[in-house]
Design a protein around this ligand. Structure first.
Ligand code: NDP
Length: 245
């Protein structure tokens, strides 16, 4: 057993933002199967999963809703020990046509939303002297696909935030890491259409999209005792899409 496991061993309290579908829902399933106490959020009313997890309505762009969600989790399970900041959106368009609203909405959700939940979670983790924070970024942070200036900026911003935060909280045994998925078969890529998805799949050395469960496996690993010495890291889960030529 690692040293880190001792005080916080047993089920941990896990919060997954954007956990109602896609990658977030797969993360919820991973942690539930691991025996953890799991809460998850979404803007829409989450449907009951019937697996002991707690679904909460919470828009990460609204600090008051974040405060209520954390309070609800603390009341039911206790302070959050593992935060998966996964909620994210796209509003793709070429920058010449990208209005202030499309820029601001994506930054506010993907980057500032992650800052808000991390800040709230860290306050309690510092007192616990343990915690895991995992930000869900994207291969788009590295390769910068056309039409995604807002999204790429938001996802690249997570890397800088994670590394600064990792240094700030390391002395309390809190780790902060980033998972950078490639093309994942979820609702998010549907609007791209079959032709564009095929084009993008051709950019993936492994030649296929990822399942949401494959991303959840990486997130789960970074939250596990086996990853206790990993902090400030970026783990690509992209079939090789983001590596240099
Ligand atoms: P989905 O669109 O399938 O799910 C997004 C989730 O986030 C939903 O639960 C949605 O619920 C929630 N959400 C969106 N906006 C907010 C908000 N403001 N507040 C709270 N919850 C919100 O996306 P994926 O599962 O594909 O993506 C999950 C993460 O992975 C995102 O950060 C995305 O950028 C990233 N990613 C995805 C890739 C892919 O190819 N699919 C590739 C690389 C990264 P609701 O709409 O009800 O709020």
């Amino acid at each position: 057993m690692s040293e880190e496991e001792a005080p916080g061993s047993g089920p941990r309290v896990v919060l997954v933002t954007g956990g109602s579908r896609g990658i977030g829902a797969a993360c919820v399933s991973w942690f539930v199967a691991n025996g953890d106490h799991v809460a998850y959020t979404s803007r829409s009313e989450p449907s009951d999963r019937d697996d002991g997890s707690l679904g909460l309505r919470c828009d990460v762009t609204d600090p008051a809703q974040i405060e209520s969600a954390f309070s609800a989790v603390e009341e039911r399970f206790g302070p959050v020990e593992v935060l998966v900041s996964n909620a994210g959106i796209t509003r793709d368009t070429l920058i010449a046509r990208m209005g202030e609203d499309a820029w601001a909405e994506v930054i506010d959700t993907n980057l500032t939303g992650s800052y808000r939940v991390a800040r709230r979670a860290v306050a309690k983790m510092l007192r616990l002297h343990r915690g895991r924070i995992i930000f869900v970024s994207s291969v788009g942070a590295f390769i910068g696909l056309p039409g995604q200036a807002n999204y790429a900026a938001s996802k690249a911003g997570l890397l800088g935030m994670a590394r600064a935060l990792a240094r700030e909280v390391a002395s309390r045994s809190i780790t902060v890491n980033v998972v950078a998925p490639g093309l994942v078969a979820t609702d998010m890529i549907e609007p791209l259409g079959a032709e564009r998805i095929d084009q993008m799949r051709a950019m993936v050395p492994l030649g296929r999209t990822a399942t949401a469960e494959e991303i959840a496996d990486a997130v789960g690993f970074l939250a596990s005792s086996g990853a206790g010495y990993i902090t400030g890291a970026v783990l690509p889960v992209d079939g090789g899409m983001g590596m240099g030529l």
